[in-house]
Design a protein around this ligand. Structure first.
Ligand code: DGJ
Length: 568
């Protein structure tokens, strides 16, 4: 990300609905949780302050029982989480049409608050992973009214059709009632964000063969979509722009006339259809209580051959323009990332200013590296491994909790540095993909982050480093630019420096480890000697342009080090 060491004045902060499409720039209620553009990033403001969401998502059924959750809440707080993503279901909240039962919502809010945790609720209504199963029995029992998507042969899929206005309106009514209730009871603002539905999209086919869907697909592309594409032409994703331009940039016509014949057009049609349906639900909720709102994507997997192998029309990266155009009440289009190339995917999903919030990913040391990259490099709002309640006691997850506790203690520094463009992050891995080294330039210095390796002295020859990386090793680093150097949070990483202009050598003037307590820096050991001497092959080091000294975060347990630099 762009690094600018500049002080932000309050006047420079743009309060916004979101970076995404339609709601950008609209007035936002600032006395409730909301998103703000600060510098180059979008941050979540809670209680008047930026909030870094160190989260975890509960398993799908856990939050349906406050009793099941009771012993888990304190463990989550102890693990360093400050927020939890929890499911609320339409079937539990409106078991009888028009009769709402909010007991489970009230209990979750009370229990989270008692444990000093914020809540992000997932509204599981019409779809979960594309499938319809959280709808109430009165919806399930009436497929004539609440119509399902159809196969090419006309068979019913267990998926509500996006064309079914009755289902959409019933879902929107229930969600609106929920948001009105949260507004009325959640006076301390424990609930900070909402996810609507879960990983939506059509399974099996590129598009729905319900007759209403076929009619809409063969009919004209809605004028409001064409007008959106036209007015946002310079900021469209290349995927959308290329398809539209290749088909002649027409201002009217059927979907195939406007975008060409092929799977991508089917997928765009489904994305517009899902986003229109969910956009109505989001609007009903925001009319009552306009807190930040996102949807999550089941992302394309390497083995997928066409949309429908993954849910077609979901908020996958290539469909974002449809979502922005049809659902301005959705502020963030989030990817669920279980694939290995975490940095590549997060970059793909943050195009065109889409704020970064990762609701589902991995735990453990891999999760810690993902979270560090999210906050340090991508200006992210939050990170959340899935299934946190079943992992809370797992030894393998302690690496993530160690990161959460440390990042939580330094959250004010991280958030200020994000807003001021003086932070970067590195994600390192021994294999699959192998990323041994990452370099970033900030201010006068080039920073090199290198995965810890079994480097050793090698007689008079250059010291051995590369090629000896442990394939299962994972490391990370976050660097925050300070007056004469950096504050570095690191794990399994060695960090050394060069002058950014390539002139001279960077020396370490002063190195101290320490910790934050209630926002105050407490200095620990002054590090020197063996603790900072990375190599002794000085003649080769000179050729490499380095001093041979650097910071050594040699274990998965992360630490904080402040370093002041000089040049010789
Ligand atoms: C993705 C879904 O969004 C979650 O609800 C959950 O089912 C996980 N997959 C399970 O890995």
């Amino acid at each position: 990300m762009k690094k600018l060491f500049c002080a932000l004045t309050l006047a420079a902060l743009v309060v916004m609905g979101a970076c995404t499409g339609g709601s950008a720039g609209t007035a936002v209620q600032t006395d409730i949780p909301h998103l703000e553009k600060r510098g180059d990033v979008t941050q979540m403001i809670v209680g008047g302050k930026p909030f870094l969401a160190l989260s975890g998502e509960l398993r799908n059924s856990s939050s349906s029982s406050p009793e099941y959750m009771r012993p888990i809440w304190p463990k989550l707080r102890e693990a360093g989480l400050n927020s939890v993503i929890a499911v609320l279901t339409w079937e539990q909240i409106e078991p009888v049409e028009g009769q709402f039962e909010f007991g489970v919502v009230d209990q979750l809010i009370a229990d989270a608050r008692a444990n000093d945790l914020k809540l992000i609720f997932i509204w599981m209504g019409s779809w979960k992973n594309g499938i319809t199963s959280y709808d109430p029995v009165w919806v399930k029992n009436n497929p004539e009214r609440y119509q399902l998507a159809l196969t090419r042969e006309g068979k019913r899929l267990p998926i509500l059709s996006t064309q079914c206005a009755a289902a959409r309106d019933a879902d929107a009514k229930a969600y609106g009632a929920l948001m009105a209730h949260i507004r009325d009871v959640d006076r301390d603002q424990t609930v900070i964000m909402m996810q609507i539905e879960n990983e939506v999209g059509l399974h099996g086919y590129t598009r729905d063969y319900h007759p209403d869907a076929v009619r809409a697909f063969e009919g004209p592309v809605p004028a409001e979509l064409i007008s959106y594409l036209d007015s946002h032409f310079d900021n469209l994703l290349p995927e959308t722009r290329n398809a539209w331009v290749a088909a002649g940039r027409k201002k009217s016509g059927s979907w195939e006339e406007v975008f060409g014949v092929g799977d991508y057009t089917d997928e765009l049609f489904m994305a517009w259809s899902y986003a229109s349906y969910i956009g109505k639900i989001a609007a009903a909720g925001k009319a009552e209580y306009p807190i930040p709102t996102y949807v999550n994507a089941w992302i394309v997997q390497p083995e997928d051959l066409h949309p429908g192998n993954y849910p077609s029309g979901g908020p996958q990266a290539q469909n974002h323009d449809m979502w922005r155009a049809a659902a301005p009440g959705i502020d963030i289009l989030s990817p669920d990332i279980y694939l290995n190339d975490y940095p590549g995917i997060i970059r793909m999903y943050s195009r065109c200013g889409n704020p970064v919030f990762i609701p589902e990913s991995r735990g453990g040391q891999g999760g810690a590296a993902n979270a560090a990259f999210t906050f340090g490099e991508m200006g992210g709002i939050g990170y959340s491994p899935f299934g946190i309640d079943s992992q809370v006691d797992s030894p393998a997850n302690q690496d993530l909790y160690n990161f959460y506790r440390l990042a939580g203690s330094a959250a004010d520094e991280i958030l200020a540095a994000q807003a001021e463009g003086r932070i970067c992050g590195a994600w390192l891995k021994g294999s699959d993909p192998a990323v041994y080294k990452e370099e970033r330039v900030m201010g006068d210095w080039r920073i090199c982050f290198e995965l810890v390796s079994s480097g050793r002295r090698n007689g008079g020859a250059p010291q051995v480093t590369g090629g000896t990386y442990n394939p299962s090793s994972i490391g990370y680093g976050i660097a925050i630019q300070e007056e004469n150097g950096f504050l570095i949070l690191g794990s399994n990483v060695r960090v050394y420096f060069y002058p950014a202009d390539g002139v001279g050598t960077a020396g370490l003037a002063k190195v101290t480890e320490g910790r934050f307590e209630n926002g105050e820096w407490h200095e620990g050991r002054w590090l020197n000697g063996d603790e900072i001497q990375l190599r002794y092959d000085l003649l080769y080091a000179i050729e490499d342009g380095v001093s041979g000294q650097g910071l050594n975060f040699g274990t998965p347990t992360p630490g904080l080090i402040k370093v002041e630099l000089f040049k010789y």
